[in-house]
Design a protein around this ligand. Structure first.
Ligand SMILES: [Zn+2]
Length: 605
């Protein structure tokens, strides 16, 4: 929703930000000439190719191609939305985020006060934990220290229908907010029965686990029964703030515990996460009553490269594990590791780590099955691998799953392994399956081909062209636009990149901006965003004065071109159908005044 926040504010925000300080607080930067270098936080590497450029206020990585401004960094690294990143950065530099239209902004983004309401609820539950010996005994019996309870802000929702309502729902507006964040439920209104209460508490007699977003704000709750009871776990419903398919319980705490996570362990319950953290395994997270989604995984893999799923060894656990595998396939890439750990029957991570301690539990993690192995074991167990039919069936079961893996080395290797199990050469298998399919076959692409990264499309205008030269100068030194000729007269030039150049010139002359990052932010969400970044990251060993010269040179070369083209047009039209009066005057001008092209076009110089 970038539109809701005025562009001039984004300009100012990015201009005020200090990207070196921002990134430096999360990644160890080393000064290197005018720039800073680090090992890239977005891909694993040993030699630094991640570069922060203070002059331009942006970063880029030669290794993986990551790039961005201070806002982009907060979005990528801290997993914030654009609006969250703007708010975060604004808070850092001490600016208030204005909205173009406060009335409509409030109506459209009704999250005002919702975070605060959730925070108050969290405090209430913590107070109630203090009041309830039974709830405290429950945590004690599970071996939780008060430190851990504090760190996870654990609480207790009393056994009442209106505890939250009474404490927090003291006005209509607040009752509305409680409903919006899922803390209360609306009573069904029976016809003819007036119901003054209207709502009741969702969580009753449960120990409460606040679920926090990337910035540590409470966005929902998980509640667990103390004794036997159903459902064992109850979560906040989906709300404007809480999306189960995206959030992972414990991720905020895991990131607090370590800035450089190398692996994450996905378990099934909140209690497991809390216990594992306490036992010295602070990289445990849990999904929120849903299967692991591809979105979860892409979040995880932006943080680290190794993921271990941990499931109970029972049937439900195995079914959940296979679902997790299916949802993982689209996220498999070279360098990402996904493994599966099955616990002995009757154990969950909570009980197991309590019994055997961190070291033994971590030793178990070492034995987790790689995804490929689990994949093949599972499929093989469903067929008679000894028979030809069984092996063909295995290949058939594997095919649609293999197709979900992005093309590349990993898919190649997996299909080779399947081929080995079915004892058919992998190219023959591919062909055989394609033939069965009747699709004519789409052989897996060659490894080398798949290894090539999809290139970012080049900036229109082509390499080395005058248009590209002008665009590059503007991107590196946006200030040079102020003293450059206006774009008038460029419209007619038939060259790639001209529309972009015109837009850049017009935009920068109307609204000058302080640096490259601010300029790039204006292009966020548009197709030219990445190409412009690429250009901004390219070597450009020219100082500001030299840049102003280059820009003027490029434009001066372009204007005569425009005039030549126009002269041609007029001459051809005159020969073909004759000219209007205005065109005749224009042509006269060309033929009688041998001025410099830029002067003819009426440009400032
Ligand atoms: Zn990188």
């Amino acid at each position: 929703m970038p539109g809701r926040i005025p562009q001039h504010f984004i300009d100012e925000l990015v201009a005020r930000a200090d990207i070196v300080e921002l990134i430096g607080s999360r990644v160890q930067l080393k000064k290197h000439g005018k720039e800073y270098k680090a090992c890239c936080p977005f891909h694993g590497e040993k030699t630094p190719s991640f570069t922060v450029v203070p002059d331009k206020q942006f970063y880029h990585c030669f290794g993986c191609g990551a790039h961005g401004t201070a806002l982009g960094f907060l979005m990528e690294h801290d997993h914030l939305s654009f609006v969250e990143a703007v708010e975060d950065l604004a808070a850092r530099v001490g600016l208030d985020v204005p909205h173009e239209d406060n009335q409509s902004a409030r109506a459209a983004v009704p999250t005002d006060g919702l975070f605060a309401m959730l925070e108050r609820a969290s405090e209430l539950f913590r107070r109630e934990l203090g009041n309830s010996e039974r709830a405290r005994d429950y945590f004690k019996a599970r071996g939780l220290s008060s430190d851990t309870a504090e760190r996870f802000a654990l609480g207790y929702a009393p056994d009442a229908w209106d505890s939250v309502l009474r404490h927090l729902g003291t006005s209509d507006a607040e009752r509305m907010k409680l409903l919006q964040v899922g803390l209360t439920i609306e009573r069904e209104q029976r016809a003819g029965v007036a119901n003054s209460a209207g709502y009741y508490d969702r969580f009753r007699d449960r120990v409460m686990f606040p679920i926090r977003d990337a910035r540590g704000r409470t966005i929902g709750f998980g509640g667990r029964v103390l004794d036997k009871g159903e459902p064992k776990y109850l979560n906040s419903p989906e709300t404007e703030l809480f999306h189960k398919g995206r959030e992972l319980y414990g991720l905020y705490e895991a990131r607090q515990a370590s800035r450089t996570l190398t692996r994450l362990l996905v378990v099934e319950g909140y209690m497991d996460v809390v216990r594992l953290h306490q036992a010295g395994i602070p990289y445990a997270v849990a999904t929120l009553g849903t299967a692991t989604t591809p979105e979860h995984l892409s979040r995880v893999f932006r943080i680290c490269n190794e993921l271990i799923f941990c499931f109970d060894g029972d049937r439900a656990g195995r079914a959940a594990a296979w679902r997790a595998l299916e949802n993982s396939l689209s996220q498999i890439r070279d360098g990402r590791q996904i493994r599966f750990l099955f616990l002995p029957d009757g154990h969950d991570p909570d009980s197991l780590v309590g019994e055997e301690g961190r070291e033994a539990f971590e030793a178990r993690l070492q034995t987790a099955l790689p995804l490929s192995e689990y994949f093949l074991n599972h499929l093989s167990s469903q067929v008679d691998i000894q028979s030809v039919d069984g092996r063909a069936r295995l290949a058939e079961l594997a095919r649609p799953l293999l197709e979900r893996i992005p093309e590349g080395v990993y898919r190649e290797l997996m299909s080779e392994e399947v081929a080995q199990r079915v004892r058919i050469d992998s190219s023959r298998l591919t062909a055989a399956l394609a033939a069965r399919d009747g699709s004519g076959g789409q052989p897996y692409r060659r490894v080398e081909e798949a290894r090539q990264r999809r290139p970012i499309p080049p900036v229109p205008g082509g390499r080395g062209s005058v248009v590209r030269q002008a665009i590059r100068t503007l991107v590196h030194y946006p200030q040079t636009a102020a003293n450059a000729p206006s774009s008038e007269g460029l419209e007619g030039i038939d060259r790639p990149g001209i529309p972009l150049l015109i837009e850049l010139l017009n935009d920068l002359q109307e609204n000058p901006c302080a640096n490259t990052a601010a300029l790039l932010e204006r292009w966020r969400g548009r197709p030219d965003f990445d190409p412009l970044f690429r250009l901004a990251s390219s070597e450009y060993p020219v100082d500001a004065a030299g840049a102003a010269h280059e820009l003027n040179d490029a434009l001066t070369q372009l204007f005569p071109e425009r005039l030549d083209q126009r002269l041609d047009e007029l001459l051809r039209k005159r020969a073909r159908e004759g000219l209007t009066d205005a065109e005749r005057t224009e042509l006269q001008g060309f033929l009688t005044k041998p001025q410099s092209a830029v002067d003819v076009a009426g440009h400032r110089t």
